[in-house]
Structures are given as structure tokens and as C-alpha cells.
Ligand binder design. Structure first.
Ligand code: ADP
Ligand code: MG
Length: 244
């Protein structure tokens, strides 16, 4: 079986309210999965649980046949899961180049001593990621002067420096211009080559552009799943989300 992520019976409550309710959910290797659903459906909570920010009450999360349920955040990052939050956590006073550089993971030898990353390898990686996130011309600019959309791309770039096998993105195009959304669709297509991506998104026009398989969450459960066309024609999805 080629599921990279498998979530089984995942449940978490906040003050007695079940934000996720026995959720089963899985994502295949190299898949770009879009998760949609009404406000409060549990979408962000699902990402919080996968990346270890929140602990489940019950259920399990398996990543590459490893049980990551209850692991702490840095262990999950190290296992290969990268999470982008809604507010970018870039260093405003550092340049784009410096932001990317400090995100490059340290390598340690088997004896635990730090060995130097070859500077050629690092520069090549930074240039490759900068090109992918459309910031080649901004490498020497301070991150603080970037547009809102460029900051979102930079944060995706910081994650790409670590080469995660599964990337979690929470509404990355919120607040972007139409042109930035276009570019972000291209970026997501290139980013999802050779890795899995879970994308939470509200903008249905954007979802339509990139979606392969869509999962609809509602009240902490999976309401529907399938192609865009399939979920768009599902009466229950229309009732709780797509219909006005
Ligand atoms: P979505 O991202 O689908 O809009 P969320 O996952 O953010 O929904 O929230 C699902 C529900 O869980 C909401 O009712 C929200 O208020 C609640 N919730 C989420 N995180 C917390 C938390 N840390 N503490 C208390 N309630 C929370
Ligand atoms: Mg949310």
C-alpha cells in the first residue's frame, strides 16, 4: 500500500466539543490532497494534530509506517512533515537568502558532531528554492519589504529547504492578489512533484484549478471525498458548504 499518511479514528475535544470525531483519513505518496469544509469543521485542527501541535484524545496517526501519534513537533518535523501556518513566521529583518539559509537543516555525523555543509551545495539549494518560489530577484531584499503574497511564498520556501515528504498548508492564498494566486497554483503543482501535500483551502475557484482529490470535512468527520466533480455534485456537500 502506498499511503504516506494514515489517520485512524482520530478524536479530539475542546471543552467537551469534538473538533475531530473518529476521523479516518489517508493520503497517498506524491498526492496533492485538498481539504475543504465550513468554518469550524476541524480542518486546522487536523493539521495541528498531524504536526504534533495538539495531542489527540484517541486514534492514531501513521506516517510512512511509523506511528507518530503523540510525538513532539520537532520529532515530527524530523520524520519529514512540514507545516505552514496561516501567519508567516519568517524573519522580517533578514534577507530572503538569509531566511532560506537558516532553514537548511544541520547535518550531523553518526558521532553527533556537526559537519559543515558544503557551501556549493547550500548555495545551489537556496537558488533552486528561490527560483521555485519566484523570489530570485529578491534574494538580497529584507523579508519585511516583501508583499503579502511573497511572504507566503517565502514561508513555503523555508519548508522546502528541509525537503519534507509531506507538506501541510493552511489557506496559503488567503489575502493574495489574483496574479499571486495564479503563481501559487503553479508553485503548488511544482511543490507536489515528488512529495505529498495536504492543502486546506476556502477559495473554490483556486481549488478547482489544482485539485485532484478533495476531502470535505464537516463537524470533525469526513463528509465526502473524491474528484472535484464528485464532491460538487454531492447533495450533502451542497447543503453544508457549497450551497449559499
Ligand atoms: P476550521 O479550520 O475547519 O475552520 P478549526 O479546526 O479551526 O476549524 O476548529 C474546529 C473547532 O475546534 C472550532 O469550533 C474551534 O473553535 C475549536 N478549536 C480549535 N482549536 C481549539 C483550541 N486550541 N482550543 C479550543 N477550541 C479549539
Ligand atoms: Mg482553519
Amino acid at each position: 500500500m502506498d499511503d504516506i499518511l494514515s489517520v485512524n479514528g482520530l478524536t479530539v475535544s475542546f471543552d467537551g466539543f469534538k473538533a475531530l470525531d473518529s476521523l479516518d483519513f489517508s493520503v497517498r505518496q506524491d498526492e496533492l490532497r485538498v481539504v475543504i469544509g465550513p468554518n469550524g469543521a476541524g480542518k486546522t485542527t487536523l493539521l495541528d494534530l498531524i504536526c504534533g501541535k495538539t495531542k489527540p484524545d484517541s486514534g492514531s496517526i501513521n506516517f510512512k509506517d511509523q506511528d507518530v501519534t503523540g510525538m513532539i513537533e520537532y520529532q515530527i518535523t524530523r520524520a519529514g512533515i512540514g507545516r505552514k501556518f496561516q501567519t508567516p513566521s519568517i524573519y522580517q529583518d533578514l534577507t530572503v537568502h538569509e531566511n532560506l539559509e537558516i532553514s537548511y537543516p544541520e547535518k550531523r555525523s553518526v558521532f553527533g558532531s556537526l559537519f559543515f555543509k558544503s557551501s556549493a551545495e547550500l548555495v545551489e539549494k537556496i537558488n533552486g528554492v528561490a527560483e521555485q518560489i519566484f523570489l530570485t530577484d529578491e534574494l538580497d531584499s529584507k523579508a519585511g519589504v516583501l508583499s503579502h503574497g511573497q511572504k507566503q511564498w517565502l514561508e513555503i520556501g523555508l519548508l522546502l529547504m528541509q525537503d519534507p515528504e509531506l507538506l501541510l498548508l493552511d489557506e496559503p492564498v488567503a489575502g493574495m492578489s489574483a496574479k499571486e494566486r495564479e503563481s501559487t497554483a503553479d508553485l503548488l503543482r511544482s511543490v507536489s512533484k515528488g512529495r505529498s501535500v495536504i492543502l486546506i483551502e476556502h477559495d473554490m475557484a483556486f481549488v478547482e484549478k489544482i485539485a485532484q482529490t478533495v476531502t470535505v470535512l464537516h463537524q470533525g468527520q469526513r463528509l465526502a471525498e473524491g474528484s472535484m466533480q464528485h464532491v460538487q455534485n454531492d447533495q450533502r456537500v451542497i447543503d453544508v458548504y457549497l450551497g449559499d
